[in-house]
Design a protein around this ligand. Structure first.
Ligand code: E4P
Length: 223
């Protein structure tokens, strides 16, 4: 199971990469506009934080087939390995995903709002499928639709991996992890909410207070 950060915040990516085990970083055009940097600089900085086994995802901005392919070829060359191009599942995007498969460019089919869209992108050879969990909740049960996509791929022995995206809370992430989601990409603010339940701090304070009261020190061993 892969756990990615959905972010271009350099400080938070660095912090979380030290704190937890992350398998990569996903970005999209909106995320990059919030980085305060030019897009190429932001991607370079993120790539510098990651080791070669951690994946980096960047999305095309052009929307016509030729433009998507032009950007996909350039984006996929940013790193020698583990570089993935995100392509929205529009008509032109689906066609581009198919061509990318033929050219050996790794892709993530994005802006998926239904299991059927995801299935078609999988047929075209997308490595990853990113359903927009939270946004899908505006049209029905987003979590259930993502689970439906996972099952569609499983029963048909299809290779694409579902990487659930667009999370607004910890519960949405947990609901998919417990249902066997192959990958998730989670914004840093939601990851920070997953870390450090308030009661964990209270429990630790209680251990420290009891220890100090009895042994008169803050360490296990006498120093
Ligand atoms: C990832 O592939 C998506 O771009 C991202 O998770 C969308 O998230 P949002 O719904 O918070 O914009």
């Amino acid at each position: 199971m892969e756990f990615m950060l959905d972010s271009a915040n350099i400080e938070q990516i660095k912090d979380l990469n030290e704190l937890i085990t992350i398998d990569g970083v996903t970005t999209n055009p909106t995320i990059l506009t919030k980085s305060g940097m030019q897009p190429e600089e932001a991607l370079r900085k993120i790539a510098a934080i990651l080791n070669k086994d951690q994946k980096l995802f960047a999305q095309v901005v052009k929307t016509d087939y030729e433009g998507i392919m032009e950007e996909a070829r350039k984006l996929s060359a940013i790193r020698p390995e583990n570089m993935y191009v995100k392509i929205p599942v529009t008509r032109d995007g689906l066609k581009a995903i198919k061509t990318c498969k033929e050219e050996g460019i790794h892709t993530l089919a994005t802006a998926i709002y239904s299991a059927s869209e995801g299935f078609l992108a999988a047929k075209n050879g997308a490595d990853y499928l990113a359903p927009y969990t939270n946004r899908m909740c505006n049209y029905g049960d987003g979590v259930a639709e993502v689970i439906r996509l996972i099952n569609m791929l499983k029963v048909n022995n299809m290779d694409s991996k579902v990487i659930a995206a667009s999370f607004k809370n910890v519960d949405q992430v947990a609901a998919l992890i417990e249902n066997g989601i192959p990958a998730v990409t989670v914004p840093c603010d939601v990851v920070y909410q997953m870390i450090g339940h308030p009661a964990t701090g209270v429990a630790v304070d209680e251990f420290s207070a009891n220890w100090n009261k009895t042994y008169g020190r803050d360490s296990f061993f006498e120093e």
